[in-house]
Design a protein around this ligand. Structure first.
Ligand SMILES: [Zn+2]
Length: 447
């Protein structure tokens, strides 16, 4: 019996170390919460240790195998919870490609789950994730991890770059592809991606440094049972990031902040890394008419709308004296259906009273011909255009009336030559001039 007690101690120790297996970069996940599944998982693990699990049973805090060997369950249940990251986590403001490889069959929904998982990080972080199966930075593959008590494994980052692989354990269940639902796969991949970015288990205090560091994330609480980074969550369905998961993500990887200086009427805003500044943001001031954004207070370095936002930035508005307002109108199916104009400087342009009047056709008949009835504003040569068509608005129309739509919109245009065009669909047949039998569209702009 003595040798068996010694064996028992060794087993308990080995279980303890399996809890701390985040050393050596690879992270081993904990088993399912569900007790039946947990028992099955424990059997696999204990069998892998060379024990006979045929008559294995649970007893209080133990599993009993081979009649008299007790295996402590508590040794794999860590109770202290808090959000943590490893010493190294990925640098903010970078694009990270993620994709599955050909070890994962097209017929499975791992690809869909991956896309949904990266959307979580796109939503809450200043990182930009792109799904790409060609040589991705984080490759998701399936392999037999015979000795792992895990649905999957992630890999901690190195030098600011994400861990390069996530391995889905093909031997954990007979068929993990069908065993896990799309929602469970999404949860699993959000969790593993967290490791690849540098997140450790929220309940990971007992796991120790593990050679990769264990640093508490500021603003996160001492306990968060809803965190997707808790261990022992393999098999959970996705129910969204917890409040403090979001705090953790936003603390480590905040989104880009755009601040507007010098009396701009616009509030500070948070935008995605790699996004563009909207032309619809037009500041107003008693100083005059907005005449473009600059990157410095001296207004010598212009900001272009074609530039992507890749970090925090302060933009300075330029103001010019008010000039006479210019009004232009385009009317479909007349000689004025296209109107040309030239802007000598950056200018806010307001779309005013863009009206669509229908003749004897129903709105549904007109909107059937998509992108044929509306207003376009195009820079010449055609490098930039604003297109507004009526289909998205048609569903609000009263089908029994000769309704008129009114749009009011404003945008900032760069210097150059432009064409404003009002178009009514020709697919319903010939028109009869300005008061067309099918309808007419009129667009007024002002600057
Ligand atoms: Zn984990």
């Amino acid at each position: 019996m003595k040798t068996k007690y010694l064996f028992l101690i060794l087993i308990v120790l080995s279980f303890f170390f399996s809890c701390s297996q985040e050393d050596g970069i690879v992270i081993v996940e904990e088993p399912f919460k569900d007790s039946a599944l947990e028992l099955e998982q424990a059997k696999l693990a204990i069998y892998a240790m060379g024990l006979d699990t045929t008559f294995m049973v649970e007893w209080n805090n133990y599993y009993i195998v081979e009649e008299d060997i007790l295996l402590c369950k508590d040794s794999i249940n860590l109770t202290s919870t808090r959000q943590y990251h490893a010493t190294y986590y990925v640098d903010n403001y970078q694009t990270i490609t993620v994709g599955v490889d050909n070890t994962i069959a097209q017929s499975t929904n791992w690809r869909e789950a991956t896309k949904e998982a990266i959307d979580v990080y796109n939503k809450y972080t200043g990182l930009r994730f792109v799904y790409n199966e060609y040589n991705p930075q984080i490759k998701i593959s399936k392999s037999n991890l015979y000795n792992a008590i895990a649905c999957a494994q992630g890999e901690f980052p190195l030098s600011g770059k994400p861990g390069s692989k996530i391995i889905i354990n093909d031997s954990f269940y007979k068929n993990i592809d069908t065993f896990l639902s799309l929602s469970q796969k999404k949860f699993l991949l959000v969790h593993e991606l967290g490791h690849n970015l540098g997140l450790r288990h929220t309940n990971g205090l007992g796991e120790g440094d593990g050679g990769v560091g264990l640093v508490q994330i500021p603003g996160t609480p001492t306990s968060d049972s809803q965190s997707f980074m808790n261990s022992t969550t393999c098999g959970n369905s996705w129910n969204g990031a917890s409040t403090y998961d979001v705090v953790a993500l936003k603390t480590l990887w905040p989104k880009c902040i755009i601040s507007f200086a010098d009396g701009s009427s616009l509030p500070q805003m948070e935008v995605d890394y790699g996004s563009y500044l909207s032309r619809n943001l037009i500041p107003t001031s008693a100083k005059g008419i907005f005449a473009g954004w600059f990157k410095n207070a001296a207004l010598t370095i212009p900001f272009s709308y074609g530039e992507t936002i890749i970090g925090d930035i302060t933009l300075y508005p330029k103001w010019r004296d008010k000039t006479n307002v210019i009004r232009l109108m385009a009317i479909s199916d007349t000689s004025a259906s296209t109107v040309r104009f030239t802007l000598s400087q950056v200018t806010p342009v307001t779309f005013l009273d863009i009206e669509v009047e229908r003749g004897f056709n129903e709105w549904s008949e007109i909107s059937r011909f998509t992108e044929e009835t509306g207003v376009t504003l195009t820079k010449i040569p055609a490098s930039f255009s604003i297109r507004t068509f009526i289909e998205p608005y048609i569903w609000n129309a009263n089908p029994n009336s000769y309704a008129i739509y009114n749009w009011q919109d404003a945008t900032v245009l760069d210097p150059g030559e432009y064409v404003l065009e009002a178009r009514f669909t020709k697919s319903l047949g010939l028109q009869n001039g300005a008061d067309g039998k099918h309808g007419v569209i009129r667009a007024v702009i002002e600057y």
